[in-house]
Design a protein around this ligand. Structure first.
Ligand SMILES: NC(=O)CC[C@H](N)C(=O)O
Length: 251
């Protein structure tokens, strides 16, 4: 069993490493025909405009859309979430091509620029936490998008109160879509719609493999029957101690 990881740009190596920690082989996908050798796909974080240009160059969009429409499991993290959205705002001039399929509107850089990147603890959704582990997970947001609205078939898995983000970025210049006086206003940062999973944060940059485990359970040939690979989060201290500054700066 292999899981495809779109390897045009961004954190594809980190996803492959996370899969390896669960005993699953991740294979790099760069060409349309390579999608025929995988039954599921992870689209990593990175820079969605660059990734879209590379995907166009390799004529990947038709094959990626077909992959999604065939109902195969696809997980988009960060830039990958933008790729999967039906609609994106805050795009560069001229916009960018999207795969689409996920009935939502995403704001590309909702939380601000690179220096407003942050980490926070979020409650782990029930369906992801089935195997146990701590009640929260470390959510790493790097120049992150957020989901502004979702269609009726989209299940919201995680959201974040804007007040928490403002506390984290004490000198913040967060560009909010709309100012709100309600301190409990939240934005959506993780969703599921049928075969599609999307997260605005980067589980592949943490030691916690529960999001990867959850995605693997969406893959029919792994499915619910393979709890053996669903282990408790890695406690490899050297990995845990890495902070987001150890990871590449996305332009
Ligand atoms: N870490 C990320 O993937 C950042 C995504 C970035 N906001 C974009 O537009 O592509």
């Amino acid at each position: 069993m292999v899981v495809g990881v779109l390897a045009l740009q961004g954190s594809f190596n980190e996803h492959i490493a996370a899969l390896k920690r669960l005993g699953v082989k991740g294979v790099e996908v760069r060409k349309p025909e390579q999608l025929q050798n995988v039954s599921s796909l992870i689209i990593p974080g990175g820079e969605s405009t660059t990734m879209a240009k590379l995907a166009e160059l390799h004529n990947l969009f038709p094959a990626l859309r077909e992959f999604v429409q065939l109902g195969k499991p696809v997980w988009g993290t960060c830039a990958g979430l933008i790729f999967l959205a039906n609609k994106a705002t805050g795009q560069k001039t001229g916009g960018q091509e999207l795969i689409g399929g996920l009935d939502c509107t995403v704001h590309r850089n909702f939380f601000g620029s690179q220096i407003q990147s942050f980490e926070t603890e979020l409650p782990i959704p029930q369906i992801v936490a089935k195997e146990g582990g701590p009640p929260s997970f470390r959510a790493v947001f790097i120049r992150a998008p957020a989901i502004l609205d979702v269609g009726p078939d989209v299940e919201v898995l995680a959201d974040i109160p804007l007040s928490a983000v403002e506390n984290i970025n004490s000198n913040n210049a967060i560009q909010k879509e709309e100012e709100s006086s309600e301190s409990e206003k939240k934005v959506i940062v993780a969703v599921k719609q049928g075969n599609l999973l999307a997260t605005a944060f980067h589980p592949e940059l943490t030691a916690d493999t529960r999001w990867h485990s959850y995605f693997l359970k969406m893959v029919p040939e792994i499915g619910e029957g393979t709890s053996a690979i669903i282990s408790t989060p890695t406690t490899d201290q050297s990995f845990i101690e890495r902070s987001i500054i150890d990871f590449p700066i996305y332009q």
